[in-house]
Each structure stands twice: as structure tokens, then as C-alpha cells.
Design a protein around this ligand. Structure first.
Ligand code: GLU
Length: 419
């Protein structure tokens, strides 16, 4: 089953619950516009290589299409369709006036030199430029893309359009017109939700064990924020593998080690030495094993399809936070729900990123910039309200938080579409 079919199944489920008009379900099941591009890049050895990519604009009934661009060797059209659709729903869950879109390029950026990466980024952006615009479709970072790449996009667009258009992308560096707090926003939004749930359920962070899959922007920042709140980080991984430690993990030390050793998998000794505690040790684990570790909270901050019907029975966490998009398949969702495991779904848990992207668009439009505390205060308000709306629907429809998040989003979309 493709990722997009998973998304359609999620929409269908919500549609059944809320007895949705079939027309609305049909519209939401089809991206409005899909662009496939093939574009040339001059490689360092002088040869010309053609790369392929997509920009898929799912729905703009609530505002301009909005969503990131990922660079990954496994990108395909169905994946981008799914991600674009989730963006529409995500923006509606947090009730910001934006639609959903997503882009992807089939490339392993780790195999490119810096110069090749810049030429690829610029060439891709030229290819999609005709359908992008601050009131049409506003890209942002996603897997393997970052503020520097957003800067190249904005610069290339300025050349193409013959004018500087600040709001053409979000997730820019602060000096390029980015928003304070955007870099940490995806993780921060998820952490605000977790803090709220912890407060209500009287979870004591010091007695709460956390495992994080993924140590990129979202996973790395979540590790830092959760450690600062006093949670015990017992396991962390990246795309190569991970470590599980009996005396917790210091994220700052691990980050330093990762820069040197390239992967957290090789940082076990470093992390246990940092503790300076007798008997402190770490073991190396594969990514699949990490998910099955004993813990209270599992943060999924890597890629899609990590928990499937094969491993859902064996998950030990009590709460799962989806900072990645689509890390749990619909089959696995059913198993987790039966087992009473709470899943805070992606379109709620990771919506902090796009929310601060929206703040960046507002700041660019007014050419007035906010302090980080103001950004975080506004983000906090939006996340807590979204959680309350979703929980309200979970009660009303007696359903999971994911189903309730879909219902919340679709209700808002339906109203706009009818208008
Ligand atoms: N790529 C992020 C996401 O999946 C952020 C999108 C944005 O800021 O537009 O939500």
C-alpha cells in the first residue's frame, strides 16, 4: 500500500465518523495540481545529470498551498501526494489560513558536494518557479533541506522573477528574513503538547523514560527540550542506528559526538564516559530494535512507515509522539489503539513547524520581526488550542486522537469549501 493510500484510508475513516458529504471527501482525496519536473545539474566532474522531482499542491481552500521540500533518494510521487495532503489537514488542525503542498527531489544529498547541492537546489527551484509565489504556494524545509537551501531558493526566485520576494519560502536564516524560533518550532510544538498532557496526567518527567527515533532537526531539538524538562532520554538513533544507555543520554554531548563520528551509533562510549558514573554503559542498537525498547514515551522523528502491523504488537511505550510525518501505518494504528497506546498524530504533534512558518510569512509581509519569546508564546497558544479541539472531537466521536484530528481539520475545510 502506498503512503498516499494510507492517507486516503485516514480520510475515509474520519469521513465515516463525521458522516461527511461524499463530495467533500472526493475533493480532499485528489491533489488539485501535480507537477513533475526533470532538470539538469552540472556535476563537479563536468558531466550533466538529470534529476527528477515533484511539487504537489493538494488544496488551497483555506489559503495558499504550504509545505516543505524534501531531498531523499526514496522520494516518489505517492509519497509527495501523501505529504501534501497531510499539510492541508495540518494547517486546518492548528487553524492557520494556509492550504497544503509538498515538494520532493529524488536524490541522496549526502552524496553531493556543496557546489552540486547548490546547483541542484537552484535548478529544481527554477523548474517549479512558475507555480510558486507568496500568495500561491510557499515552500519550506523538510527532510534534508535547511535554511541555507531556502536562501538559495529565494535567491534563485529573485533572479527568475526579476525582484526580491521575501515571502517566497519560509524557514529562512534569520539574516535572510527568517523567523526566530522557526528552527526549533517543530519539536517545540510537540513538546508543548506533551507538557500539557503531562501536567494533566501528573507525569513526573524524572520518572518518565523517553526514546527518540531521529536526531535531525526535529529529533535533536526534541532531545534538548525534553532533557531540559528533566525527562530521562534512554535511547536515540539516526538513520545509521542508535544507542540505548542505562544512565540516560546528554543530548548536547551526543550532538557534539555525532558531528565528529557522523552517527550517534558510534557514540555509546562517549556518552557513558560523559556520565562519569560507575556502571554507566550504552549498547548499540539497530533502528528497528530501538522502537521496541522499554520506555514511557516514544518520539518518532525520522521517516514514514516505522511502526507497521509487524512491530506494533511489540511496542512498549505508553505514549507515542509523531514529530515525523506518517511514521505509523493505518494497520499499526488500529493495533496500538486496541493496546491502549496513545498516539499524538503528526498533523497535530508536528504542526509547530508550519505554524511558525506562518508567523514568518506575517513578519515578512509587515517587515517587522518578533522576539523569540513572542513567537513561542503565540505558538504555545495555538498548539494548546489545537490539542483541546482535537481532544474535544475524540470525546464527541469516541475515537483516537488521529481520527479526531482528521475530523477537526475536515470540519474546517468543509466549511471553507462550502463557502
Ligand atoms: N516540512 C514541515 C512539515 O512537514 C514544515 C512545512 C512548512 O513550514 O511549510 O510540516
Amino acid at each position: 500500500m502506498s503512503l498516499f493510500q494510507n492517507t486516503l484510508k485516514q480520510i475515509w475513516k474520519a469521513a465515516q465518523l463525521m458522516k461527511l458529504n461524499k463530495d467533500v471527501e472526493e475533493v480532499l482525496s485528489h491533489p488539485q495540481r501535480e507537477i513533475s519536473v526533470a532538470f539538469p545539474v552540472r556535476m563537479d566532474d563536468g558531466c550533466l545529470k538529470i534529476f527528477k522531482g515533484f511539487r504537489i499542491q493538494h488544496n488551497d481552500s483555506r489559503g495558499p498551498y504550504k509545505g516543505g521540500i524534501r531531498f531523499h533518494q526514496d522520494v516518489d510521487k505517492e509519497e509527495v501526494q501523501a505529504l501534501a495532503t497531510w499539510m492541508t489537514l495540518k494547517c486546518a488542525v492548528v487553524n492557520i489560513p494556509l492550504g497544503g503542498g509538498k515538494g520532493g527531489v529524488i536524490v541522496n544529498p549526502k552524496e553531493l558536494s556543496e557546489g552540486e547541492l547548490e546547483r541542484l537546489s537552484r535548478s529544481y527551484f527554477r523548474a517549479i518557479a512558475p507555480v510558486i509565489g507568496p500568495d500561491i504556494d510557499v515552500p519550506a524545509p523538510d527532510v534534508n533541506t535547511n535554511p541555507k537551501i531556502m536562501g538559495w531558493f529565494a535567491d534563485e526566485y529573485a533572479k527568475w522573477a526579476g525582484k526580491d520576494v521575501r515571502g517566497i519560502v519560509t524557514g529562512k536564516a534569520i539574516d535572510d528574513g527568517g523567523s526566530k524560533g522557526r528552527g526549533s518550532a517543530t519539536a517545540q510544538g510537540g513538546v508543548y503538547i506533551l507538557q500539557e498532557m503531562a501536567k494533566r496526567n501528573n507525569w513526573n518527567p524524572a520518572e518518565t523514560k523517553v526514546v527518540i527515533q531521529g536526531f535531525g532537526n526535529a529529533g535533536g531539538t526534541a532531545a534538548k527540550l525534553l532533557a531540559a524538562d528533566g525527562y530521562e532520554l534512554v535511547g536515540i538513533s539516526d538513520s545509521q542506528g542508535g544507542i540505548v544507555c542505562n544512565h540516560g543520554i546528554d543530548p548536547a554531548g551526543l550532538m557534539q559526538c555525532k558531528v565528529e563520528k557522523k552517527t550517534v551509533k558510534n557514540c555509546g562510549v562517549h556518552v557513558s564516559e560523559l556520565h562519569g558514573v560507575e556502571g554507566s554503559s550504552c549498547k548499540m542498537v539497530e533502528n528497528e530494535e530501538l522502537l521496541l525498547e522499554e520506555c514511557d514515551i516514544l518520539v518518532l522523528a525520522a521517516l514514514e512507515n516505522q511502526i507497521t502491523k509487524e512491530n506494533a504488537h511489540k511496542i512498549k511505550a505508553k505514549v507515542i509522539i509523531e514529530l515525523a510525518n506518517g511514521p505509523i501505518t493505518p494497520d499499526a494504528d488500529e493495533i496500538l489503539a486496541e493496546r491502549g497506546i496513545i498516539v499524538v498524530p503528526d498533523i497535530l504533534a508536528n504542526a509547530g513547524g508550519v505554524t511558525v512558518s506562518y508567523f514568518e510569512m506575517l513578519q515578512n509581509a509587515d517587515d517587522e520581526y518578533w522576539e523569540e519569546d513572542d513567537v513561542n508564546e503565540k505558538l504555545h497558544k495555538i498548539m494548546i488550542k489545537a490539542l483541546a479541539d482535537v481532544e474535544g472531537n475524540a470525546k464527541k466521536y469516541d475515537c483516537t486522537l488521529r481520527e479526531a484530528a482528521f475530523v477537526t481539520a475536515i470540519e474546517r475545510l468543509k466549511d471553507k469549501m462550502h463557502l
